[in-house]
Design a protein around this ligand. Sequence first.
Ligand SMILES: Cc1ncc(COP(=O)(O)O)c(C=O)c1O
Length: 444
Amino acid sequence: MTGSPEGDVNTSPARARWHENLDAETRALLADDAEYFLHQALSTPCLDVIERAEGAELIDVAGRRILDFHGNSVHQLGHGHPAVVAAIREEMERLPFSPRRYTNRTAIALARKLADIAPGDLRKVLFAPSGAAAIGIALKLARIATGRHNTLSMWDSFHGANLDTISVGGEALFRRGVGPLMSGTEHVPPLDQAERFFGDDGRAFERLADYIDYVLGLEEVAAVVAEPMRWTTVVPPPPGFWPLVRQSCDRHGTLLIFDEIPSCLGRTGTMFACEQVGCVPDILVIGKGLGGGIMPMAAIVARADLDVAPQSALGHYTHEKSPVGAAAALATLDVIEKDGLVERSRQLGEYGLAQLRTMAADNALLKAVRGLGLYFGVEIGGNDRAEANGRAEAILYAALERGLSFKIGGGNVITLCPPLTIEQEQLDRSFAILAGAIAVLPPA
Ligand SMILES: Cc1ncc(COP(=O)(O)O)c(C=O)c1O
């Protein structure tokens, strides 16, 4: 198991059992998939073959309905939201593509919208076709703006699978075996390891912030790159942490880049996660759900005074100002606002967290429950890591058999990422499935 955004579902005995129970057609399709795609971790071989996706559910070729609490974090609006589909169709018929050096009304409208809703003085936008590409743009901009090239980020973090982003990221699975990475990428322990390395007397995050300040004082660092909330293990930082890091960045001439690719657009109960951590970054990177769960769309939103690289090609991507992608994003933002999904995420999130806490109070297998908005982490305990990880994986497959999909972060944290549009009844049903899957294990 890995702390990666996908969780490692490729190799275990539990996976083999799952595969054996699939119907013949699904197995044949999976065999074709395995024949024609390059095999890679966290992807091929695949778990199942899906035929349709609608709302909160995936429907596989055997007709099984699976509540999708994974969705690669793209599904704030669920799958195939009608407003997004209609906006895409309409734009596709009018302006399917906008060649470089031309702009278009839809892309301009989206840039203006993001500048309007982004916190603080974040005003200048570039789009990219993936989160990793957007992080790459942010890194280049930080280098040019500061005249420095080092970065400081967190071990075990994930910022995308490209060479530059795995260098800044700290996840072993992505870094191992690919040869030399980008130089000048320094790392500190991640938020979920703060107590391990900086003490469990309640001052760990203060010390982690102090350590970051110390490193920024030693080296010329272009940017601190981090998620405001640790995504894979659902660890929100204590309130004072990021303001301290913000002050250090200001003192040392370092930019602060927040990666909100999975956590943006209402997921955590505010439009942007950074609204809850007490500081605004210099560059905010968003993605995933920005394309309405259909179009690949990511963006950086930077401070206006960082518009300092007119001579550089910061993000020279073919689909840079995609009118269809921008139409999907505008429709997504419109639905989020009109349907009050940010508020819904907060309220339903509080309800869900209370339900999970009740579940944990009755079951010693559940070591901790965390959450922010409609994103939850249930940490599975064990006598050692292997036992905890094995239990989490057994729960994953037992839940999948019963119709609930989620991913595992950090080896033993069940992460639950439902659409913000989910009905309370569906949420209750999902938690009942989870409880049933946990009940398969012998009690702790
Ligand atoms: C925190 C974080 N940053 C960056 C990325 C990369 O985004 P993409 O897969 O669109 O390149 C991801 C994707 O899982 C992510 O979770």
